[in-house]
Design a protein around this ligand. Sequence first.
Ligand SMILES: [Zn+2]
Length: 71
Amino acid sequence: MPLYEYSCRSCGERFEILQRLGENGDHLACPACDHSEVEKVFSTFAAGAQSAGAGPGPAAQAAGCCRGTPT
Ligand SMILES: [Zn+2]
């Protein structure tokens, strides 16, 4: 189940919502101020999630110059 991040247009609060496929977010409301105008945020760090857990170490340095997928 995908986890989406939303940002409140009223107070700027950011919160995450577990959302099923095909489900609209028109019923969402900000948990901080209960404002209903929220916009979806595509977090950039999600792209690097596959490297999470490795941490800063020799592995990260080794993959620094050539982080292609081994074939
Ligand atoms: Zn808010």
